[in-house]
Design a protein around this ligand. Structure first.
Ligand code: KIV
Length: 271
């Protein structure tokens, strides 16, 4: 008798086939069990446990403060809520930049302690050795180029990257190097659409864009932004499908009114 559950989980091979046949890849973030369950049942291909949790879950200004332990906690909760999506987890700031051994140890902790299916690292040539070492250990690695939020204090702003020729050239050589190092996919964040098109066509692995235009092989959004929970965040690249902040706010106000007036609970809502 097989001990494996009969579930068709998305794999890195399936994602590669999707790029090969021109089928777009849909990725969303999730950070907890309940959201992961909704997003997974909705049918996304990849769930990213992003270090954006530092902002949308914990209220920090940047992604820098979140720790490896906290990422593992979020990732394990997400894993328990999924059966289909490939779950990729961000290595947080400070858990891999030291050297490739540190990067490998952090990646192993995520895989062992959360049950995730792969990790994501920000950067190009400077982290290629770490990518090679993690991939050699059998762990799928997703890259992340363009606007890399862990470097926000170097950039100074969240505006579009690689508009100048020198930065575009660096991105082109970075993407080749991390593909060669063994990445199965790469996120392109906030770069010009034409540059994203050029690099997506120059490599074999799928590119997943956020603010990188329609020619990427897939798209990713932060789920809280996409459902309108992050009030007042309206960058051009964001398509907001719900207005959940206002809807929940309205529900809370109705509940308070019902409690205060004595309307809740009614006869039918008591024992
Ligand atoms: O942390 C995150 O949510 C991300 C996405 C924006 C790609 O890295």
């Amino acid at each position: 008798m097989s001990v494996h559950k009969e579930v068709k989980r998305v794999t890195t091979h399936i994602l590669q086939e999707m790029k090969n046949r021109g089928e777009k890849i849909a990725m969303l973030t999730a950070y907890d069990y309940s959201m992961a369950k909704v997003v997974d049942e909705g049918g996304v291909d990849i769930i990213l446990v992003g270090d954006s949790a530092s902002m949308v879950m914990a209220g920090h200004e940047t992604t820098l403060p979140i720790t490896l332990d906290q990422m593992i906690y979020h990732a394990a909760s997400v894993i328990r809520g999924t059966t289909r999506a490939l779950v990729i987890v961000d290595l947080p700031f400070g858990s891999y930049q030291g050297n490739s051994k540190e990067a490998l140890n952090s990646a192993i902790r995520i895989m062992k302690e959360s049950g995730a299916h792969g990790v994501k690292l920000e950067g190009g040539v400077e982290i290629a050795e770490s990518i090679e070492r993690i991939v050699a250990a059998g762990i799928p690695v997703m890259g992340h180029l363009g606007l890399t939020p862990q470097s926000i204090y170097k950039f100074g702003t969240y505006t579009v990257r690689a508009k100048e020729e020198a930065e575009a050239q660096k991105l082109k050589s970075d993407i080749k190097r991390i593909e060669e190092a063994g990445c199965f996919s790469v996120v392109l964040e906030k770069i010009p659409a034409l540059l994203a098109k050029e690099v997506s066509e120059s490599i074999t692995i799928p590119t997943i864009g956020i603010g990188a235009g329609q020619h990427c092989n897939g798209q990713v959004l932060v789920v809280n932004d996409m459902i309108g929970l992050t009030k007042g965040f309206t960058p051009r690249f964001l398509r907001q499908y719900l207005d959940l902040f206002d809807q929940i706010n309205g529900a809370v106000k109705s509940y308070i009114k019902d409690v205060k007036s004595g309307d809740f609970p009614s006869d039918k809502e008591q024992y």
